[in-house]
Design a protein around this ligand. Structure first.
Ligand code: IVH
Length: 734
């Protein structure tokens, strides 16, 4: 950013500067809107726009045709049909300080000055950090949904929006206008984001950076069932075209939306003074960290629609509303060390160890550095971040906890860089096993993956232990009492090297006992050291009664005949998550058949001549299966495992005579007697189709406690709803 004050610019400099700003802002718009990958903070972006405006104010003759002040956002991405918004989707003016809010209200007072006693009311509500969407309802029926796009033209993402439970297919209640475009924000909760990150890590999928970008990516899916699996949420807060005002005031209109079946922010209030608005801002800010989703400020809007209309618009923004942004919580600290962690699929994940510092009430000591490029100062598109600065050990860095609870490094204080600080050399070999660590070329894009991966696979202790943890985890073999901690103990004691060893632990009972005892001793010593007290009564190892062990061995034995889909998932093949594992099980029916086809595919020049085409399984998965079955070590591991474990053949006994055969069933709420995946498998075995959301095509809804909007929609659509007990009665297992 050029530093010269606007009032010191010559006309020639101003023209150059406007040209530069137009290009730069357009590029940031594109990254933000079309790629969901912004590279500068909102405040920096706003600063660029402010400078552009300030220069234009001084030199109005220089305003360019392509000036950013004439547009909002970026043109829509290719791939979806375009939708022209009947009423444009605007952006909001921003306030950063209390004074900015005072100024906003003053502008209003001045504008309406002729109405001396006019008492202007405002609403105040959280600014949700998601993606705005416009939902068109005709006679109460959801007919079309679109993204904001550039404000004038968005993308038609109706099918994806239909999968969101908070978006009613039909409006509830009554009194809705004949046509209304409901507007609001699609967002992802932290819980959902974390769960997705974990699922993705378990199957070696992509890395997700933050909930907002992930929500954006989820909305742009070609396959709506992917969107459905992301459990997005929606708050309604505004409207576009409508045949009739929903109510005379903003506040009451939004309350109506709630009557019609939408979620509205519980933190929205009506206020009459600056003090009340700021008080609500403070209250919302105080609750920010416990909301469970990102918000980045508070939006104030004039309450009376009549006054909104009179006050009107400037380019792309209503005059009658403003977004009061939260300051990002920042702090300065130093990078003490950079550690490399090795994950299950071998990814080398760099972590900066920081001098501990408090940011927004939380002590931050570690921050992820994502990957090699990120440390060098580039994002995954190869575009510069942090103004191109790399991160070095010893650097002073500014860290921030933005809306995300996850801290990040926003900049490096170059002036404070120690003279001897060297650029960080990202290891080209695995710090755990010494195998080469390489960057793969993505076959589809031809681009190098930003992540460097250890090629050691199971000879790498880090990968082996992660693979074992995954093998016993809940979605996989689900061995009770054998969690990550016990796996670590047995692995470190040399008792288990690969999954097969788990099933022979019983034969090595004394060793197992010793490993556990040693661990307990160690922990006791640590506690002792920490508390400064010495133990008096130390029971000897032999005294202990490890009745827990019998239970553990029984739990292991109980899993010797696992369901085929769980078993396949448990193998931890890259890109094979639970859903893919189930598809493979369904297709091949037995593990022997999967292995046979897997090996033939690995040996074939063109995998497609061998591997059947399966809906939902693409080249990435086929490639991963090829790699897995081409590797002789995996052969050995699998052979040993199959002498211990006999996965049940996957029988698709689609009983055509079952009462639910051919029906579309939706499970909602928390189920108590079966997991979601069990419920799904069971219904499918009985010939039913399981859907993620309720629609007119749904035949039956099985609702557990806490069922919300799906249940509501089902009753609106007159669909039969039963509870879990009734489900078992019907399917004959009650
Ligand atoms: S009102 C006429 N209310 O902020 C004003 N917008 O900067 C229309 N946003 O594109 C927007 N929460 O994506 C409004 N409670 C809220 C909001 C909100 C988030 C987003 C929305 C909009 C952007 C404008």
């Amino acid at each position: 950013m050029s530093g010269k004050p606007v009032n010191a610019l010559t006309e020639g400099e101003a023209a150059d500067e406007l040209e530069r700003l137009a290009g730069e802002i357009a590029e940031h718009d594109r990254r933000y809107h079309a790629e969901d990958a912004p590279t500068i903070s909102d405040a920096e972006y706003d600063e660029l726009r402010r400078r552009n405006l300030a220069i234009e104010e001084r030199f109005p003759d220089l305003i360019r045709e392509d000036s950013p002040s004439k547009s909002v956002g970026a043109p829509p991405a290719e791939g979806f049909a375009k939708v022209r918004h009947a009423v444009p989707m605007l952006s909001l003016a921003k306030a950063y300080t209390d004074q900015d809010v005072v100024d906003f209200i003053e502008r209003g007072r001045r504008f309406f000055e002729r109405d001396k006693d006019l008492d202007i009311a405002f609403t105040a509500e959280p600014k949700i950090d998601g993606l705005s969407a416009s939902l068109r309802y005709e006679n109460g029926v959801f007919v079309q949904g679109a993204t904001r796009g550039d404000g004038a033209v968005g993308e038609d993402i109706t099918a994806n929006l239909r999968t969101i439970a908070d978006i009613p297919a039909r409006l509830a209640g009554s009194g809705w206008p004949e046509v209304i475009e409901i507007r609001g924000e699609v967002y992802m909760t932290y819980a959902e984001f974390q769960a997705l990150k974990e699922r993705s890590a378990a199957s070696g999928g992509q890395d997700y950076v933050n909930p907002r970008n992930t929500a954006a990516g989820s909305l742009r899916q070609k396959d709506p069932s992917v969107t459905a699996s992301r459990n997005l949420k929606f708050f309604a807060y505004a409207w576009g075209y409508t045949t009739e005002d929903p109510a005379p005031t903003q506040y009451d209109a939004v309350q109506k939306f709630a009557d019609w079946g939408f979620k509205i922010s519980p933190l929205m209030v009506r206020a009459r003074s600056v003090e009340d608005l700021i008080a609500q801002y403070k209250l919302i800010e105080a609750q920010r960290s416990s909301l469970g989703y990102d918000i980045d400020g508070v939006v104030y809007k004039v309450d009376q629609l009549e006054l909104q209309r009179r006050w009107g618009f400037v380019t792309g923004e209503p005059r009658w509303a403003v977004a009061h942004k939260f300051p990002a919580e920042q702090a300065t600290t130093t990078v003490r060390r950079i550690d490399i962690q090795v994950g299950r699929t071998g990814t080398l994940a760099p972590v900066a160890r920081l001098a501990p510092v408090t940011v927004g009430g939380v002590v931050v000591e570690n921050v992820t550095l994502h990957n090699e490029d990120y440390i060098k100062g580039f994002d995954s598109f190869g575009l510069p971040i942090r103004e191109g600065n790399d991160i070095r050990i010893g650097d002073t860095v500014v860290i921030q906890r933005a809306g995300d609870v996850i801290p990040q490094i926003v900049s490096v204080v170059i002036d404070k860089r120690p003279a001897d600080a060297e650029p960080y050399q990202f290891p080209h070999s695995c710090p755990v096993c010494g195998s080469p660590a390489t960057r793969e070329i993505n076959e589809k894009t031809g681009k190098e993956d930003s992540r460097r991966r250890c090629t050691g696979e199971l000879i790498c202790a880090a990968q082996a232990v992660e693979a074992l943890r995954h093998f016993v985890s809940r979605g996989a073999m689900d061995i009770e009492g054998l969690g990550a901690e016990n796996i670590d103990i047995f692995f470190n004691a040399g008792l288990i090297k690969t999954a097969a060893d788990i099933f022979t632990l019983k034969d090595r009972r004394p060793d197992v006992q010793r490993a556990l005892a040693e661990r307990r001793e160690e922990q006791a010593k640590l506690r002792e050291a920490a508390s400064g007290k010495t133990r008096k009564n130390v029971r000897s190892v032999e005294d202990r009664n490890y009745e827990g062990l019998d239970k553990l061995f029984a739990a292991i034995d109980a899993r010797r005949e696992p369901e085929l889909d769980r078993f396949i998932f448990a193998l931890g093949i890259r890109h094979v998550g639970e859903t893919t594992a189930a598809l493979l099980a369904k297709t091949f029916s037995t593990i022997e058949e999967l292995i046979r086809i897997g090996k033939e595919t690995a040996a074939a020049a063109d995998p497609h001549t061998v591997f059947p085409s399966i809906n939902g399984i693409g080249d990435t998965v086929i490639g991963a299966l090829r790699d897995f079955f081409a590797n002789e070590r995996n052969d050995d591991v699998l052979d040993a495992l199959l002498t211990q474990v006999h996965p049940k053949p996957y029988v698709v006994t689609v009983s055509a005579d079952s009462v639910v055969a051919g029906k579309t069933v939706v499970f909602t709420g928390s189920l108590e007697k079966m997991s979601r995946s069990e419920a799904k498998a069971m219904a499918e075995r009985l010939g039913a189709k399981v859907a993620g959301s309720v629609s007119a095509k749904t035949d039956l809804v099985v609702a557990g406690p806490g069922a919300g909007s799906k249940l509501k929609l089902a009753s609106e659509l007159g669909i039969e709803v039963i509870d879990e007990d009734e489900w078992f009665v019907r399917v004959g297992k009650g």
